[in-house]
Structure formats: C-alpha cells, structure tokens
Design a protein around this ligand. Structure first.
Ligand SMILES: Nc1ncnc2c1ncn2[C@@H]1O[C@H](COP(=O)(O)OP(=O)(O)O)[C@@H](O)[C@H]1O
Ligand SMILES: [Mg+2]
Length: 239
C-alpha cells in the first residue's frame, strides 16, 4: 500500500499577467521524503515554490496538502498548515540578534508555545548559531546567515520545508555542510522539497526528483535513477 502524498501538485499552470511560464507540472512529495526540482535558470522552479507558498495564484491545476486543496489560498493560511519556504537569498532582520531572528520564526501559536524547546533543537543542529546567539544577524557571513535562515524556518515547526537554491553563493566547504544539515533535518521527520543547481550533490541526498524545463516536467525518478540517466548526465552533470 502506498502512503498518501503529503503534497500533491497536479497539472499546475502559472502565469505572470499574460505570460504563462508553468505549463502543467505534476509531482508529489510523500511524508519524510527529500524531493528535488532541478532545471536550468528560468525553468520555473521558483515560480512553482512561490505558488505552493500562496504568494502566486495558479492559473489552473491543484495543490493539495494532506489531501486539502490549497490552490490559490493566501500565504498565511499555507504557513499555518506547516508549509514553510526558506526564501532565496537570506532575508534576515540584520539589526536583530541571531536569537531574536530565530524566535521570530516561531510565530504560529503552536510553535510559540514550544519556542524554547525548538530553539534548543535548532542550536543542536547548528552549534555555530548558539555561539553567535547575541550577534547581530547582519554582521555574519553569508553562510552563517543562510544557516540562521534555515534555523528560523525550523522554529515554525514545519511539516514541509521548501528550499530555493540554499547553496547559492556558499563556499564549497559550506555547501557540503549545508547538504549534511538538510539530510539531518529530514531525519527529524521534516519533509523536504529542494530546488538546487548543485545537481550531483542534490541527487545524492534526494529520494526522488523531477527535471523541469521551460515550465514542464521532462523527467522524473529516484535520485539514483536520475543520477544514472544519460539525459541528466549529459545535460546537468557534464559527463
Ligand atoms: N515577477 C515576474 N514577472 C514576470 N515574469 C517572471 C517573474 N518572475 C519570473 N518570471 C519568468 O518566469 C520564468 C520562470 O522563472 P523562475 O520561476 O524564476 O525560474 P527558475 O527559478 O527555475 O530560474 C522565467 O521566464 C522568468 O523570466
Ligand atoms: Mg529560481
């Protein structure tokens, strides 16, 4: 018996005004999975995540979370259901401390009650942030800010955590650390939808993935199947 997906995206179409950029994308994410969306710049990955987050309205198609239709619902309703997106770029409050930024992540009522326990869990995952808890977020390095943004996302007790190119601009050593953290988060029963350009690395940690090109799904499979596919090797892995 297969598990009902946590997230189901079905025949999604999205347009910016008259310009349609998503042309019928379908994919699912099962509880506990790491699923990745891969594709070149302009393929529609960010648009897809922003539509799931409720920041854009679909032109057609369905977005279901736990079987409930969320298509076109406003962002605050989506967030309340535990669907959290770590934004592209960092978007921390630079003049507040690391800990203040983290605590502001615990805005949902259920998260607020648990904020201090959750803070301990975030510090266990990111010991660096604990050491910097009183530092102003804006004075940290890009990599540290990225970890803080992820920690802030975790503070809201997500069920589905979505990442939009989290490794962008990180030094290679930090990229390895970031992927290890994402795997660690998945082990804590947080389901993950990951958009990334570091394809080899991403397919190593992903259970499954979908290749998007110009707003359409062109290929899907397990991380291993995609890694071994001739198409992915030729177009994305340069082998
Ligand atoms: N705010 C916007 N207004 C109009 N077109 C946009 C906007 N944002 C993105 N697009 C267009 O939508 C397409 C998909 O973009 P995007 O979702 O950002 O792709 P990706 O994240 O895969 O690089 C691109 O052609 C892009 O130019
Ligand atoms: Mg993008």
């Amino acid at each position: 018996m297969s598990v009902r997906p946590l997230l189901e995206v079905e025949d999604l179409e999205v347009a910016y005004g008259d310009v349609q950029v998503i042309w019928g994308i379908s994919f699912t994410v099962a509880p506990g999975e790491i699923v990745t969306l891969i594709g070149p710049n302009g393929a529609g990955k960010t648009t897809t995540l922003r539509t799931i987050s409720g920041l854009l309205s679909p032109k057609a198609g369905k977005i279901r979370f736990r079987g409930e239709d969320l298509s076109g619902r406003p962002a605050h309703e989506v967030v309340r259901r535990g669907v959290i997106q770590i934004p592209e770029g960092r978007k921390l409050w630079p003049r507040m401390t690391v800990e203040e930024n983290l605590l502001l992540g615990a805005f949902a009522p259920r998260a607020r009650d648990m904020a201090h326990e959750q803070l301990d869990r975030v510090y266990a995952l990111f010991p660096l942030l604990k050491g910097r808890r009183r530092q102003l977020a804006g004075t940290m390095s890009g990599g540290e800010q990225q970890m803080c943004a992820i920690g802030r996302g975790l503070m809201s007790e997500p069920e589905l955590l979505m990442f939009d190119e989290p490794s962008l601009g990180l030094a290679p050593l930090l990229v390895d650390e970031l992927f290890a953290k994402i795997t660690g988060i998945a082990k804590q029963n947080v389901t993950i939808l990951l958009v990334e350009q570091k394809v080899a690395h991403t397919l190593e940690i992903a259970d499954r993935g979908y290749i998007l090109e110009t707003g359409r799904t062109v290929l899907s499979g397990t991380g291993k199947e995609l890694r071994e596919s001739e198409y992915v090797q030729r177009s994305y892995l340069g082998t």
